[in-house]
Structure formats: C-alpha cells, structure tokens
Design a protein around this ligand. Structure first.
Ligand SMILES: [Zn+2]
Length: 239
C-alpha cells in the first residue's frame, strides 16, 4: 500500500512535483484531469467500494445500502467477477454503478501498456458477460497511475476515477475507526474510498466496512447530505 502523501487539494499543480507524488497521490492532477469529487463544493457524498465482488460481504453491504435507499459505485476486480458473476449481477440489479478495477489488481506503475490494456479489456469483457451494459469508469489499483496508464485507459474509452477521502478500512480494527477517519475528511462533494473485498484474496473480511457504511449513511443523512453515485455527482457538478 502506498503511504499517505496527500494533504491539500490538488497541491501537485503548484508543486510541479516529483514523479512518485504524481503517480500515487489521489488528488494529484499532474497527469491529466482525473475525477476525485469536488471537496467542499456540495452536500453530496459518493461512496465507492473497491476489490469486490466478495462473499458474503458484498451481499451484506447491498442490504445496508438498500435499507437506506442509497446507490453507490463499485469498482470490480475482473477475476472475482469471473469467479462469482452472480454477485456482480446483484450489485448492478440493485441499482449501483459498476466500474473496472482491472482483472488481477496489479500495481500499474510497474505494468506495461500492453499488459494494462489486457487487464482492462479482459475485465470489460467479464463484466459485460455478467451484467451487460455498465459504466465506463475505471479505478487504478492503489490509486497509482502514470501518463501512459491514463492514455491506455482513455484510448479504450475508460475514465479514471480516484477519491478525496479514504478511511483506511483495509487495516481498520473496528467500524468506529473507519467512521472516525471518514469524519475527519468528509466536507461534502467527496468521493469516499471503501472496500467490500480484498485484492490479496477472495473472501477478505469486510464486516467493519459494512457496519461503518451503515453508520456513515445514518449520520450524514441526518445532517442533510445526499448520497449519490459517481456519475450523478459528475452530472451535478457539470450539468
Ligand atoms: Zn483495489
């Protein structure tokens, strides 16, 4: 996992920066416009879930989202979709947006352009086979990218999506920890990074993330926030 390098909003633009910064910092715009929300701009929140489909946690998360009538955005790993297409289908059928998170979750800093194209196209194919039409959104594993990564993705019509808030849910000792990390960062207009699966292996425990999602939605709805998908947030920002 990359260290937390980011602090300010799009600080890289002024920095002119070192390669490692631009490659790994989710808010860096050094390598082209990459959507990560518009922190502070609205009372919308886009929850995003990476590394699924996963069992049983994706299903439990879908129940929580349904309970609150919230739609989210899921970035699926192709090899897991191939294993369990019915879970991917459930995500789509319950109204969530589905995007591409590569086939095997490689670190794209060390992936050739040909290999990346293969990862993306193979994932598009398995997602299409599982659920049919879906979004053209793509989230690079680890948030890592370089100019070639963005070129390859855009060449096949995929749009890179990063985040403005991460909650460290992959190492969190409790749901409260995740909620607290989110509360420290959320300002409205945020894309929030969470995980319903784990890239290391299928079946990763995500009970804390599911519980934290329930709590975050309850709290922020109570404060007048609206939960939207990434495309809905983009439309609201640029009507
Ligand atoms: Zn991931």
């Amino acid at each position: 996992m990359f260290p937390e390098i980011i602090a300010g909003v799009a600080a890289a633009g002024a920095a002119g920066g070192v390669f490692a910064y631009g490659a790994a910092a989710a808010k860096s715009q050094l390598f082209g416009t990459t959507f990560f929300g518009a922190p502070g701009a609205s009372k919308q929140i886009a929850l995003t879930y990476d590394d699924g489909p996963n069992d049983p946690w994706t299903g439990k998360l879908l129940d929580v989202l349904d309970k609150h009538s919230v739609r989210a955005t899921f970035f699926l790993i192709g090899k897991y979709v191939e294993m369990r297409p019915e879970i991917a289908r459930a995500v789509a059928q319950r109204g969530h947006v589905v995007g591409n998170h590569t086939f095997s979750h490689p670190n794209l800093i060390f992936t050739s352009q040909n290999a990346l194209r293969g990862e993306l196209e193979r994932t598009e194919a398995v997602i299409t086979q599982a659920i049919g039409q879906h979004s053209r959104l793509f989230r690079p594993p680890f948030g890592a990218r370089r100019p070639a990564t963005l070129r390859v993705a855009r060449a096949i019509g995929l749009e890179p999506i990063l985040w403005s808030v991460k909650c460290w849910d992959w190492t969190a000792p409790s749901a409260d920890y995740i909620v607290e990390k989110a509360r420290q960062r959320i300002r409205g207009g945020d894309v929030v990074l969470l995980h319903d699966g784990g890239h290391v292996a299928f079946g990763a425990g995500r009970g804390h993330t599911v519980e934290a999602s329930d709590e975050l939605i309850r709290r922020y709805k109570g404060e007048g926030y609206e939960f939207v998908t990434v495309p809905e947030m983009q439309t609201a920002l640029v009507p």
